[in-house]
Design a protein around this ligand. Structure first.
Ligand code: CDP
Ligand code: MG
Length: 748
């Protein structure tokens, strides 16, 4: 038992922590019975009008297709990974309602499908529709707000279809695509399908568009939904009415007039917001799929836990030591917290006594590599316990089998446009409290296969104070990029029928940004420059910088910088353990003008190492230099794709400023053209005042210009902690800013 003493300190803390949980509550939330009850009726179809306001009445009403009393297959006895995949498909709750789902979708232009997470909506419905011939000669699109969900679901469904990803089942996410002429089911991010609209405004390649995770109400999903309403009118001649009741349109190819075949729209969601969607589409049919939810006992902490990562660590080991087998799912706000908790768990797990279960730690966040994703779904070997450290991606998008314990920090990262302080076209990611609806979803993840437990690292009071649901992104995010896309489609925010209209201030600020970037003229019309910018899958400021590089003959450099800035992970590895060593290593790349030129130095050094050394030496080099190789690999891929767009839009991507005396000036001028709204000037007290906003900002400590005093700066983003910090900073002469066309026009 020697090892236990090594763990003594930590296990004592667990005791206290456990004691601090208030007693389990059976009904912490009025809607929690939705996952406490297990109903015999797997499926129920009702029109939205008859929808009962209380979900309790849901089970017995108005069975348009009658309760389907198919013999019920019992819930998977254990981990699904152990059963043949086709059997797993038949055990999903949605399987019992397969025919009814197909019928409703066949008979209606728009169907709203609500079903608890894990019931099989996302993976099964597209396959049912394909097998029923509803794809016709077109494709079935399934949209996802997150890229990991799109790629991992495509790979799962491809396996179920006994093919590889990219053939019958494909995906399309920003900077990555796997599809072919055989593709019939395509999982794509909502951002990608909105982008497809630009080239194909009627989405004529698709026979069915499934808008999944619609309850998340991302900006792109809302944009898509608004466009689908117009597309339905154009393709079907109506936005909502039931058509084709006998299913005559089944498998119909393009009509003789050349018009695309009618479109089917399916809105899918895990939460009960059905009515709003149904009303929006003029009273669309609503289908409910009952999941199989086992009781989940919920614990709250007695006091709030400001250090939620530490509280999660303690709670995990408390569960691990005191509780029987079953995997643990921990919800954290973002990648940084995940990586830090991963390290801590790993450290303590090594000190566990031999007789305890082994721990497999699995992170799950947006930029996770496919090989890593696969491990999450693999079944847990005997004698082991999986602990999955996830962002809110595991809330409704991805269901992980085997989870019995959920630890919920109550935090998530949310995109928000802080217009008052930024005045720019970028969103900031802020860590904030989750909503009650998220909390209920998170707890529900523990009860999919049997009785479960959820440990909330916040008090019951805090739970009660949480907002019921999140505000739709259209009301809180920057609209710049969407407005540019809408203008390319000849649309406006004011004219399009959105589920929630954006506020005038956000639209005005998007207009201002696009005007400053030269994408719109003073009559709010799209300029040729704006159209060229929209061709790049980038936020408008970065697209503008890239287009500007053509003028300054430095596209090769800008492609590199913009690609690194667009990668999902950071270029430098942040480490608490070896901060000084990391800072020392970083000095080698430091460029006097700041972080953008520093990026070029790092990429160049990495390329030199790659050319002269093998893979292992390259990896070693990255480790020694505290450079994140994953970021560089991703950036190289992004660069290749942006290069293709350059080629298509006539931008000379080979043009390089390298070696020239004015190389740095040229690169910075191109950056200024895009980041003109992110400029700030030095004040006598050493801080920087925004040129086009009211805020006073400091240079972020991670910047190569930290503590430096330069006349003017441009920056990639603002970070809000105790102060407002500018991150990704370059020093630029004020004259560069004054030379940006919009200032010249106004002779500022
Ligand atoms: O969309 P919904 O939440 O209703 O369920 P789903 O995503 O279609 O998931 C149905 C089942 O497929 C769940 O049991 C998942 O665990 C499983 N699945 C999997 O094993 N591997 C994946 N990559 C995706 C889903
Ligand atoms: Mg789903």
């Amino acid at each position: 038992m020697g090892k236990i003493s090594a763990l003594k300190g930590i296990s004592n803390t667990f005791q206290k922590h456990q004691a601090s949980y208030s007693s389990p509550r059976k009904r912490p939330h009025k809607r929690d019975h939705a996952w406490l009850d297990v109903s015999d009726d797997d499926l129920e179809v009702r029109s939205a009008k008859k929808q009962a306001s209380s979900s309790k009445g849901m089970h017995n009403q108005n069975h348009a297709h009658g309760p389907r009393k198919k013999p019920r297959v019992s819930a998977p006895a254990h981990l699904p990974g152990r059963e043949p995949i086709q059997m797993q498909r038949q055990q999903l709750p949605i399987y019992a309602g397969k025919d009814a789902v197909i019928d409703v979708i066949r008979q209606n232009d728009v169907t709203v499908l609500i079903g608890e997470t894990g019931s099989g909506k996302t993976t099964q419905v597209p396959q049912y529709l394909l097998e029923a011939g509803l794809a016709g000669s077109g494709m079935i699109a399934v949209t996802q707000p997150r890229r990991v969900a799109a790629t991992s679901l495509a790979s799962r469904v491809a396996t179920e279809q006994q093919t590889s990803v990219g053939s019958v089942v494909g995906y399309s996410v920003r900077f990555d695509e796997a599809s072919s002429s055989d593709t019939k089911i395509k999982y794509l991010t909502d951002g990608m399908i909105v982008r497809e609209l630009l080239g194909d405004p009627l989405l004529s390649r698709y026979s069915v568009v499934i808008v999944d995770e619609a309850h998340e109400r991302t900006l792109r999903t809302d944009l898509l939904i608004a466009n689908l309403k117009t597309i339905l009118q154009a393709r079907n001649g109506s936005a909502s009415a039931a058509r084709d009741p006998k299913g005559k349109g089944k498998g119909k190819a393009k009509e003789p007039s050349g018009k695309p075949n009618p479109l089917k729209v399916v809105i899918m969601s895990a939460t009960l917001e059905a009515e709003k969607f149904s009303k929006y589409f003029g009273g669309a049919k609503v289908v409910y799929v009952k999941g199989r939810q086992h009781p989940v006992t919920i614990y709250h902490t007695a006091t709030s836990q400001p250090d939620y990562v530490d509280a999660a660590l303690r709670t995990f080991f408390q569960v691990h030591i005191d509780q029987g087998p079953g995997d643990v799912l921990i919800f954290l706000p973002g990648q940084e917290d995940i990586e830090s908790l991963e390290k801590s768990i790993d450290l303590y797990a090594k000190q566990l006594p031999k007789e305890s279960l082994g721990v497999i730690i699995l992170p799950l966040y947006a930029s996770l590599q496919p090989a890593q994703q696969a491990k999450i779904f693999a079944s847990t070997p005997p004698g082991m316990r999986k602990v999955i450290l996830a962002t809110n991606i595991a809330e409704t998008s991805i269901t992980i089998p085997g989870v019995k314990y959920v630890i919920d920090t109550g935090k998530c990262k949310e995109k928000r446009y802080v217009a008052k302080t930024t005045g720019t076209g970028f969103d900031t990611l802020l860590t904030r409290d989750i909503t009650q609806s998220s909390a209920v979803q998170r707890a529900g993840r523990a009860g999919r296969e049997g009785k479960g437990y959820c440990f909330r690292l916040y008090t019951e009071e805090s739970f009660k104070k949480m907002p019921a649901t999140a505000e739709p992104e259209i009301r809180r995010c920057t609209l710049t990029s969407s407005l540019l896309q809408l203008r390319c489609l000849g649309q406006n925010f004011e004219e399009l029928d959105f589920m929630d209209q954006p506020d005038e201030g956000s639209v005005a600020s998007a207009l201002k940004t696009l005007f400053l970037l030269g994408a719109l003229d003073h009559t709010k019309s799209l300029t040729p420059l704006g159209r060229q910018m929209a061709a790049f899958p980038l936020e408008p400021p970065l697209a503008r910088a890239l287009v500007a590089s053509a003028e300054w003959g430095c596209t090769a450099e800008l492609l590199t910088i913009v690609s690194v800035l667009s990668a999902s992970s950071k270029l430098f590895v942040d480490t608490h353990d070896a901060r000084e060593e990391a800072a020392d290593a970083r000095k080698k790349f430091r460029h006097a003008s700041g972080d953008h030129m520093t990026v070029l130095n790092v990429v160049k050094a990495y390329e030199d190492v790659s050319q002269s050394e093998g893979k292992k030496a390259r990896k070693d080099w990255c480790r020694r230099m505290f450079v994140n190789e994953r970021c560089l690999a991703e950036a190289a891929n992004i660069r290749a794709q942006l290069r293709d767009v350059c080629e298509k839009t006539g931008v000379d991507w080979k043009a390089s400023a390298e070696g020239g005396q004015d190389a740095e000036a040229r690169v910075l001028r191109a950056m200024v053209a895009g980041l003109v709204q992110n400029a700030a000037c030095l004040q006598p007290d050493g801080s920087y005042k925004q040129l086009m906003g009211p805020s006073v900002v400091k240079i972020h400590p991670s910047s190569s210009l930290a503590d430096k005093k330069v006349s003017a700066i441009i920056y990639d983003e603002l970070v809000y902690t105790t102060q407002i910090y500018a991150r990704g900073v370059s020093a630029v002469p004020r004259s560069f800013i004054a030379e940006v066309p919009v200032f010249k026009r106004r002779s500022v």
